[in-house]
Design a protein around this ligand. Structure first.
Ligand code: FES
Ligand SMILES: [Fe+2]
Length: 348
């Protein structure tokens, strides 16, 4: 099977506060990694397989800024170079494990999967709300036992909210309202918008904003393949629109961020965050939005885990039927396939 992973890309490996002094294992795009913070606080990622007999370094121990393999004691520094082997003075030249470029930004730790020389931090897409004091964020990560493409499909078509997430974020208007889709092929960004002028307010927003009646609800998706998905959500009492100068004091803004990080060909790290610009100090609203969004994510996880099993069990050649709501998802598949086939070229 040809790998569906897009290489030479930045992926969210973890939230910054998941990585501390303890060794921490996470697999990204099929590559097992071990993370830790060096004594100066710098986050480090190394291949999580000892070069000697593959023992996972994540199940070994730290000694200062080195990792001592738990099997026979090969010892690695933060660059992955072996600085000690047992029973001999000479350290083989090839005694090293790969180290991975990391960047901490917007509360995430991004890891570069691909050729080290191509790792350009300027290519990392931004989610500034997650580290902005003007917003309050709740977040989590759920393991998904399904290929990442299924999560991309899911997030680019929110009409499923009506059917899968009724009682949380779904109302009839989501499925009823047509979408507009724009694809910036050059930048490889996909935009899908659904703007509901007069819609029921789902519990997710009624409870958090306190709006009692019907709402104007905008869902503006911006997908930056492969990893970062943004849903700019605007909620206001029905008929309340932004001012001509772009200010928007009558609305509530929620930035829903997903990082879609493939773990293996058939499993995915589903990072989710919900940032809001209202009720900033309200712990009850935070608790409610956290629990509600996690419940929604788990509904998606349950559905996609079923789909993964269905796909794994079927004979090839199944013909899906696509309709208007799938325009964004189909564009995403096209761009991901293109990216997987031709990773970025070396900068001139
Ligand atoms: S497997 Fe690590 S030292 Fe042997
Ligand atoms: Fe969903």
């Amino acid at each position: 099977m040809i790998s569906s992973f897009v290489r030479d890309q930045w992926y969210v490996a973890a939230y910054a506060d998941e990585i501390g002094t303890d060794l921490f294992a996470r697999t990204v795009c099929g590559e097992p990694l071990v993370f830790f913070r060096a004594e100066d606080g710098t986050a480090v990622a190394l291949a999580d397989r000892c070069v000697h007999r593959r023992f996972p370094l994540s199940q070994s121990r730290r000694d200062g800024d080195t990792i001592v393999c738990g099997y026979h004691g090969f010892t690695y520094d933060t660059s992955g170079s072996c600085v000690f082997v047992p029973g001999q003075k000479r350290i083989p030249r090839t005694a090293r494990v790969a180290s991975y470029p990391l960047v901490e930004q917007d509360s995430f730790v991004w890891v570069w999967i691909g050729s080290r020389d191509l790792a350009d931090p300027d290519l990392i897409p931004r989610a500034p709300w997650l580290a902005d004091p003007a917003y309050t964020t709740v977040r989590g990560m759920e393991p998904l036992a399904a290929r990442y493409g299924l999560l991309v499909d899911n997030l680019l078509d929110l009409s499923h909210e009506t059917y899968l997430h009724g009682g949380y974020i779904g109302t009839p208007e989501v499925a009823e309202t047509p979408i507009t889709t724009e694809v910036d092929d050059e930048k490889g960004v996909i935009y899908v918008s659904r703007r509901m002028a007069d819609a029921a307010c789902p519990p997710f927003y009624a409870e958090s904003t306190g709006i009692k009646g019907r709402i104007t609800r905008w869902q503006d998706i911006e997908y930056r393949p492969p990893c970062l998905y943004l849903l700019h959500s605007r909620i206001a009492p029905a008929g309340v629109l932004p001012n001509d100068d772009g200010t928007d004091p009558g609305a509530f803004h929620v930035e829903v961020v997903y990082a879609i990080t493939p773990e293996t060909e058939n499993s995915t790290h589903d990072f989710w965050a919900v940032a809001r610009d209202f009720a900033l100090e309200d712990a009850k609203v935070s608790g409610f939005l956290h629990d509600s969004n996690r419940a929604v994510v788990l509904q998606d996880v349950a559905a996609l885990n079923v789909l993964e099993k269905v796909i794994a069990a079927e004979a090839g050649g199944y013909q899906e039927l696509s309709i208007n709501i799938d325009t964004g998802g189909l564009a995403a598949r096209r761009i991901l396939a293109r990216m997987a086939a031709s990773p970025v070229k070396e900068p001139a």
